[in-house]
Design a protein around this ligand. Structure first.
Ligand code: 8IG
Length: 267
C-alpha cells in the first residue's frame, strides 16, 4: 500500500491538521456524538472549532442531525478533548476506512481514551426511549472490519471497565447493555430484531462497533454510550421514523448534557 492511501498515514496528516486548527499540541480524549447527542453537547464550553471537511480524509456527514465539526473542550484536569459532532457511517458506501478515520486521527493526535455515543433501537423492553445505556459489549454484525491483515487484536473487553466505573459514578442509575451493529441503512426487519435478541443484543444500531475495533487496535480505552431513541422494529406499534429519533434526542438533552459534563469533569 502506498503512503498516499495508507489510512494510518492519512490519520497522521489529519491529526497534525486537527491539532493546528484547535491550537493544541496533543489530545488525551476524543468524544464522538451520535444521533440525538448534539443537543446534549451544545452547551459544553469550547475553546476552538474546526470543520471536519477541511481536514485530510474527512467528508461532510450526510444525515440531518449529524453535524460536521470538531470542538476543543477541556477535561476536569485541563486536558484537551476533541468533540466530534457527526461521523461517517458504513451505509454511506465509502468503505470502512472513512468510518474509523476520526478514531485513528484522534489516536494519532495523542488521545488514549475514546467516548463513542450513538442513538439506537432497543431490543430489550426494559430499555425505553430516552434511556442512556453503557455498552458492556458488542456484536459486529456488519460483516466488515477496519483491520486488514494479520492484526489479531484481543477483544475480550472492548469497553473499558475503568471508564464504565467512572460513568456509573456520574450516574448510578445507568444500565449496561450489548449493542449489535448492523450495516444499515434500512432498519431491521422484525425477524432480524428477534435474531439480535436471541444472539444476546439489547440494542441495535449502525455505528460504534467498528470504531471500537479500530480504537482497540491502537490501544485506546473505549467507553460506549447509547441513547435509546426508539423501540426496535416489531416492538413498537408504529413504523420507525427518523423524526422519532430526533425527538427522543431532543427530550434527552438535559440528561445527556449532564452525563457528558460529568464524565469530562472526572477525566
Ligand atoms: I437512532 O432501530 C437508530 N439507529 N439498526 N436500528 C438500527 N439503527 C438505529 C435504530 C434502529 N435507531
Amino acid at each position: 500500500m502506498s503512503d498516499a492511501t495508507d489510512p494510518y498515514v492519512l490519520a497522521q496528516a489529519a491529526a497534525e491538521a486537527l491539532l493546528a486548527a484547535l491550537g493544541v499540541t496533543r489530545l488525551t480524549t476524543a468524544i464522538v456524538l451520535g444521533s440525538g447527542w448534539a443537543g446534549g453537547a451544545a452547551d459544553l464550553p469550547f475553546e476552538a472549532e474546526a470543520q471536519l471537511a477541511d481536514l485530510p480524509g474527512f467528508s461532510k456527514p450526510v444525515v440531518a442531525g449529524h453535524g460536521g465539526s470538531v470542538r476543543l473542550v477541556r477535561t476536569g484536569s485541563g486536558e484537551a478533548a476533541a468533540l466530534f459532532n457527526g461521523r461517517t457511517h458504513l451505509y454511506e458506501g465509502r468503505g470502512v476506512a472513512p468510518v474509523v478515520h476520526g478514531v485513528r486521527t484522534s489516536a494519532a493526535a495523542g488521545a488514549r481514551r475514546l467516548i463513542l455515543t450513538n442513538g439506537c433501537g432497543s431490543v430489550n423492553p426494559a430499555l425505553v426511549p430516552g434511556q442512556p445505556v453503557l455498552l458492556r459489549d458488542h456484536l459486529n454484525l456488519t460483516g466488515a472490519t477496519p483491520l486488514v491483515g494479520p492484526r489479531f487484536i484481543d477483544m475480550t473487553t472492548p469497553y473499558a471497565q475503568s471508564l464504565r466505573d467512572l460513568a456509573h459514578r456520574v450516574d448510578g442509575t445507568l444500565p449496561e447493555g450489548v449493542y449489535a451493529q448492523f450495516h444499515g441503512p434500512a432498519y431491521e426487519t422484525s425477524a432480524e430484531v428477534r435474531m439480535a435478541g436471541i444472539l444476546g443484543a439489547d440494542l441495535v444500531g449502525m455505528s460504534t462497533g467498528l470504531e471500537c475495533i479500530a480504537a482497540r487496535e491502537l490501544g485506546m480505552d473505549v467507553l460506549g454510550i447509547s441513547l435509546v431513541t426508539n423501540l426496535a422494529a416489531g416492538l413498537a406499534p408504529n413504523p420507525l421514523s427518523h423524526a422519532e429519533v430526533m425527538q427522543a434526542g431532543n427530550e434527552a438533552i438535559p440528561r445527556l448534557g449532564s452525563l457528558l459534563r460529568g464524565l469530562l469533569d472526572r477525566l
